[in-house]
Ligand binder design. Structure first.
Ligand SMILES: O=P(O)(O)OC[C@H]1O[C@H](O[C@H]2O[C@H](CO)[C@@H](O)[C@H](O)[C@H]2O)[C@H](O)[C@@H](O)[C@@H]1O
Length: 380
């Protein structure tokens, strides 16, 4: 079915729109993920009226304080000039470093499992997603943690990509916001659910693959290709295919064009009622409408690791983004373990503790290893 995109996108029919400087003759096959043309455009809404634009604007704190005028104009989260609000926030989400003794007391005689987000947690946020490189010192700290505690990376990126960036074989990896989980077959109690299949990892070892959104691979590919095409006239956009989800970055797009990016994605997704959109840090994430997220991935991994029964284990999830909130919420609701939010500015969260940035994450991970070594030596 050929769709004239100019008809379904107000932004695209605007001759001033940068996208119209490119050719948009994309053809989209119809399928079970798409709406019939009769059902298309259920109501005329746009990124401004439904709050998307506001969410796009406030989706990531600036890396350096902005002048007051910008704070007013863009409603961004920044540390207030007088730091009383910052102090109040720190009382609510105390530093996991200064509260380490308290954390250690909770962890005593418990099996700790460590869950780590990648971007903004293990690597600093940078303009180019391909350059979000983890430092060697951070890699060493994560490697050390994995010697003592089961450790998993749960990222919005594809599993292959995050494995390539982290490069440690001793971890568990969950990509695409937990929609692609690899666990070894010999892990205690590893479930072989209907969606788990046997596969082999990069080292040729047998593994279990859990991919609850497998049927969405072709449609994600299709949407990725069309979004690349639709946004190619907007300088600075970058679209990534994470196999089970796709990301549209606008960090490097001129602010005046953010609305157009949002509108294009918004309008395009109207044809795909089984896809939804979430906001990350200066990124729009297109995901399948399934009941699965980083929180569910934590629960799945805990079960796979044999850590879901009893109260002798303590899961810790460290992350910086909105999608990490699903994991913080799960831990809070289970009343087991806790989330640590990585943020240098006040943000509401379901986490219990905070760390300012990846360098504090590294320090916390090192403390955890030091503490466990001490515990082990005193119990000998
Ligand atoms: O769950 P995560 O591991 O935190 O992945 C979330 C997204 O991270 C990446 O984008 C973010 O980091 C980039 C590099 O610092 C930055 O340029 C971008 O603005 C951030 O949104 C990744 O590229 C996305 O695909 C992930 O979904």
């Amino acid at each position: 079915m050929d769709i004239n995109l100019n008809k379904i996108s107000p932004a695209l029919s605007d001759p001033a729109s940068p996208v119209n400087k490119s050719r948009l003759g994309t053809s989209f096959p119809s399928g079970k993920f798409m709406m019939s043309s009769r059902k298309m455009i259920p109501k005329l809404d746009d990124v401004k009226s439904n709050g998307w634009l506001e969410a796009m604007i406030s989706s990531s704190p600036p890396r350096k304080p902005l002048p007051k005028r910008l704070v007013k104009d863009f409603n961004v989260e920044v540390a207030p000039e007088d730091d009383s609000a910052q102090r109040a926030w720190m009382r609510k989400y105390p530093s996991a470093i200064t509260s380490f003794e308290h954390i250690a007391a909770q962890a005593k005689d418990k099996k700790i499992a460590v869950f780590l987000d990648y971007d903004g947690t293990l690597s600093p946020i940078v303009d180019d997603p391909d350059r979000a490189i983890m430092s060697d010192a951070m890699r060493a700290a994560v490697k050390d943690v994995a010697k003592y505690f089961p450790t998993a990376i749960i990222s919005g990126r594809s599993r292959d990509k995050v494995y390539e960036l982290v490069g440690l074989t001793e971890l568990y990896y969950a990509g695409s916001h937990g929609m692609d989980i690899m666990t070894p077959v010999n892990v205690n109690g590893s479930p072989q659910g209907p969606d788990s299949v046997k596969s082999t990892d990069q080292q040729g070892e047998e593994v279990n693959l859990f991919q609850p959104a497998k049927e969405f691979i072709p449609v994600i590919e299709e949407v990725y290709n069309s979004l690349v095409e639709l946004t190619k006239g907007i300088k600075g956009t970058k679209v990534e295919n994470h196999k089970f989800c796709t990301s549209v970055h606008y960090r490097n797009v001129d602010k005046k064009d953010w609305e157009i990016v949002g509108q294009i994605v918004h309008d395009h997704l109207k044809q795909y009622p089984r896809l939804r959109l979430t906001h990350g840090r200066r990124v729009l994430e297109v995901r399948p409408v399934i009941e699965w997220n980083k929180g569910k991935a934590v629960e799945f991994l805990l079960e796979s690791l044999g850590l879901s029964n009893g109260d002798d284990f303590l899961p810790i999830f460290i992350g910086d983004d909105k999608t990490d909130e699903d994991a913080f919420k799960v831990l809070r609701e289970r009343e087991q373990g806790f989330g640590i939010l990585v943020s240098s500015v006040p943000k509401e969260s379901k986490a219990f503790y905070s760390l300012r940035d990846p360098s504090e994450v590294k320090k916390f991970l090192k403390n955890l290893v030091k503490w466990r070594k001490m515990e082990d030596s005193t119990s000998m």
